[in-house]
Ligand binder design. Structure first.
Ligand code: PGA
Length: 255
């Protein structure tokens, strides 16, 4: 099996940053820098910025994503946005299960599963986030935690639907902390996820699924992380807010 069978995906997770005006400026700055990328390039923005992002990215190789979506098509869910709504405005990607949603907004493995189902049903590509907190790593249960999160999220997803799923391994202790998993640590857990895909589906599915690493990936450490056999891309927070830094990560993934 050749790592080259999987096209890397570099996705920015802007979190709660940027106004529509700033969105346009950042994407305009990014466009020429990533025009020759030999990987998929995605920027995930706050809902309020999606129109500006779609507009600014039109005709370029930059794809746009949202940072969450609800499992229901519509209804009494104040403050939420459905997968159907994202589809309606032409947003192709969505992040689901980010640790900040799990940590601060009561997201559970089961709600992650339901949101994933709705996104796939609406033809969106899901960046499904899993990862252990520091205490879990210290207890030596990282593999179990990540396997459980992934298994529950994929409940009901058929093998032919896996083309719509990217898994992002994001150790929570490495997110926004400046602490990065070592390339070996990142690869080890991405390999555990790939083995689970083989177990749940098939060797072929495992060989093809894109598994990203996320957690303080930046222009300085990206090349080493992305060179790992089981790391097929990155989900980038802080460094995705600076066009030059994000572009350098895209460049590292294109080699
Ligand atoms: P970070 O965030 O790169 O700022 O650590 C990654 C993420 O939360 O997706």
């Amino acid at each position: 099996m050749d790592k080259a069978l999987r096209r890397p995906v570099i996705a920015g997770n802007w979190k709660m940053n940027n106004t529509p005006e700033q969105t346009k400026a950042l994407i305009d700055a990014l466009k020429p820098l990533v025009a020759d990328a030999d990987c998929d390039v995605v920027v995930c923005t706050p809902y309020i910025d999606l129109y500006a992002a779609l507009d600014a990215a039109a005709g370029s190789n930059i794809k746009v994503g949202a940072e969450n979506c609800h499992w229901a098509a519509k209804g009494a869910f104040t403050g939420e946005v459905s997968a159907e709504m994202l589809k309606a405005i032409g947003v192709p990607y969505v992040i689901i299960g980010h640790s900040e949603r799990r940590q601060y907004f009561g997201e559970t493995d089961l709600t992650v599963r339901d949101r994933t189902r709705a996104a796939v049903d609406n033809g969106l590509k899901v960046i499904l986030c899993v990862g252990e907190v520091l205490e879990e790593r210290q207890l030596g249960i990282t593999d179990e935690i990540v396997r459980k999160q992934t298994k529950v999220a994929l409940d009901g997803i058929k093998e032919e639907e896996l083309a719509s799923i990217i898994i992002a391994y994001e150790p929570v202790w490495a997110i926004g902390t400046g602490l990065t998993a070592t390339p070996a640590q990142a690869n080890e857990v991405c390999a555990v996820i790939r083995a689970l895909i083989a177990e749940l589906y098939s060797k072929d599915a495992a060989d093809h699924i894109v598994i990203q690493y996320g957690g303080s990936m930046n222009d300085g450490n990206a090349a080493d992380l992305l060179a790992q056999y089981d790391v097929d891309g990155g989900l980038i927070g802080g460094a995705s807010l600076v066009a030059e830094k994000f572009a350098k990560i895209v460049e590292a993934a294109s080699k």
